[in-house]
Design a protein around this ligand. Structure first.
Ligand code: BES
Ligand code: MN
Ligand code: ZN
Length: 525
């Protein structure tokens, strides 16, 4: 991954391929942002007018490259747009800086080193710029060329046999390797901590992206569990993997019912991070369908090409638990990865079958494509046995949520209004768009089954809310619970933007990490 350091170097003296500066959108044209004063001076104070001549406005995400002033060791200055100039006495919103750093890092693909001279007014700004740069520099190329940059076990395995683009083309697309953050305070504890936090979370988030992007023929439930086992060992996290035999013995009818049609058997992974100083316990549950074909209720062509992303919830939970361990948070975090492959076959669950779930409830499977709620239901019931202070599940659960909120925003459902509001605020704080959604009780009767306790499908209208009502029934009595439906933002099929690449995004990782931090700090109930 890209390396990042806080540097005391002056922009002019930094040996690098480019110096990144910020440019805001002023009332009368572009305005050079704080942090780039010395760069502007080297252009005789004319950087803003040069940028204007080149057509730059300072709009968010805009990138303009120009030759560096004479005397600079770096040959290029890259100006990245920051949008509106902050109000008088206000500073830049960290998310604006995070996105700008991401856009700059993406524009520097194929170069080795860059100095970032963006506005840094406090440690929070330094952390945001570090995060944006590290997340923006991400690329997934394990299956291109000779695979020298394979990043996960799954990738490495596949990359050995992958053929495709040559070495030169690969070098041109290699992510920015080295970032020097200028203008911060490298010896200040708060700055150091903010940057170290950004590095840990970004590395784990990028690993989640790798898992999501890995093709489903290389990442089945067993392979995912193996990656989790290696990482858990490395970071001192306890791990327990239930294989198909253990799942059968334990009565996990939901996970088994989804996985039974596949040649690759399901797994339930429990990751336990504990702190001796913990006062609270959070349980995170991730939907981990390594491929969702729909099963016997097969998805039509056009709806299954990206369904390797259906384990994005499990990838986010995995990244969040390992991040909590790396940061040494004073809270216990248990991660549950409900892993299965949803395939049609002679052994697959049929529409009309009834499953006996881990909780003892029976479910009539009316649509095998509503599989996420089945694996989650077992994990919710199992996780409830530990009586955590709160449970949060994360899932690419419904196309309906994507219809409602679009491709960048996740929906938050909960059995506790205050908890739902907290998560919404936390998501906002870390730069993840989300929106609170209701669970109207009248939608429950659509899931009444003549045969079983409940059906896995109800009314089509409000499908994302129906799914939430289903899950709610498997949460242990009295336990605070929230459900994040990340079907929209988990996988970006459009062009990259800010620090978000094409493909797996790592949606919800930063919300889960911040929730753990806030819980550790005693900020929440
Ligand atoms: N994994 C899908 C939901 C999904 C759709 C995620 C598009 C990301 C992008 C889920 O398993 C599913 O198929 N849901 C069905 C439920 C329906 C059959 C009740 C859906 O949303 O159509
Ligand atoms: Mn499905
Ligand atoms: Zn699914």
């Amino acid at each position: 991954m890209t390396a990042l350091t806080l540097s005391t170097a002056a922009a002019s003296g930094l040996r690098a391929d480019a110096i990144v500066v910020g440019v805001a959108k002023g009332a009368k044209g572009p305005v050079v942002a704080p942090g780039a004063e010395s760069v502007d001076k080297a252009y005789d104070g004319k950087l803003a007018s040069v940028l204007e001549t080149l057509g730059a406005s300072g709009g968010e995400g805009e990138v303009t490259k120009l030759p560096a002033p004479s005397g600079f060791k770096a040959p290029v200055v890259l100006a990245v747009g920051l949008g509106a100039v902050p109000e008088k006495d206000a500073t830049y919103d960290p998310e604006v800086l995070r996105r700008a750093a991401g856009a700059a890092a993406r524009a520097l693909t194929g170069t080795k080193k860059a100095g970032f001279a963006l506005p840094v007014e406090d440690a929070g700004h330094a952390g945001a710029i570090a995060e944006g740069a590290l997340l923006g520099a991400y690329s997934f190329d394990a299956y291109k060329g000779n695979g020298e940059t394979a990043t996960t076990d799954g990738n490495a395995k596949a990359a050995k046999t992958a053929k495709g683009k040559g070495k030169d083309e690969k070098a041109a697309k290699a992510p920015l390797a080295d970032v020097a953050l200028l203008g911060g305070k490298p010896r200040d504890k708060a700055y150091k901590a903010a940057v170290e936090r950004a590095i840990a979370v970004s590395e784990e988030l990028n690993r989640a992206r790798d898992l999501i992007n890995t093709p489903p023929n290389d990442l089945d439930p067993e392979a995912f569990a193996a990656v989790a086992t290696a990482a858990a060992k490395e970071h001192g996290v306890k791990i327990q993997v239930l294989d198909e035999k253990a799942l059968a013995k334990g009565g996990f009818g939901g996970i088994l019912g989804v996985g039974v049609g596949s040649d690759a058997p399901p797994r339930l992974v429990k990751l336990s991070y504990t702190s001796t100083k913990a006062k609270k316990h959070l349980a995170y549950i991730g939907k981990g369908i390594t491929y969702d074909s729909g099963g016997i209720s097969l998805k039509p062509a056009g709806h299954n090409e990206t369904m390797k992303c259906d384990m994005s919830g499990a990838a986010a939970v995995f990244a969040a638990v390992i991040s909590a361990a790396r940061l040494g948070l004073e809270v216990n975090v248990t991660g549950w990865l409900a892993l299965a492959e949803n395939m049609p076959s002679g052994s697959a669950t049929r529409p009309g079958d009834v499953l006996r779930m881990y909780s003892g409830k029976t479910v009539e499977v009316l649509n095998t494509d509503a599989e996420g709620r089945l694996v989650l239901a077992d994990a919710l019931a199992k996780a409830s046995e530990d009586k955590p202070d709160a449970i949060v599940d994360v899932a690419t659960l419904t196309g309906a949520m994507m219809m409602a909120l679009g491709g960048r925003t996740f929906g938050i459902l909960a059995n506790d209004d205050a908890f739902r509001t907290s998560i919404h605020e936390i998501a906002e704080e870390v730069g993840e768009p989300s929106w609170p959604m209701p669970m109207p009780e009248h939608l429950r009767k659509g899931m009444d089954s003549p045969t079983a306790d409940i059906a896995n499908m109800g009314e089509r209208m409000g499908g994302g809310l129906v799914a939430g009502l289903f899950l709610k029934e498997f949460v242990g009595e009295g336990i605070t619970w929230a459900h994040l439906d990340i079907a929209g933002p988990a996988y970006n099929e459009a062009a990259p933007f800010g620090y978000t690449p094409k493909g797996g995004t790592g949606s919800a990782v930063r919300t889960l990490v911040r929730l753990a931090e806030r819980t550790a700090a005693g900020d929440l109930g």
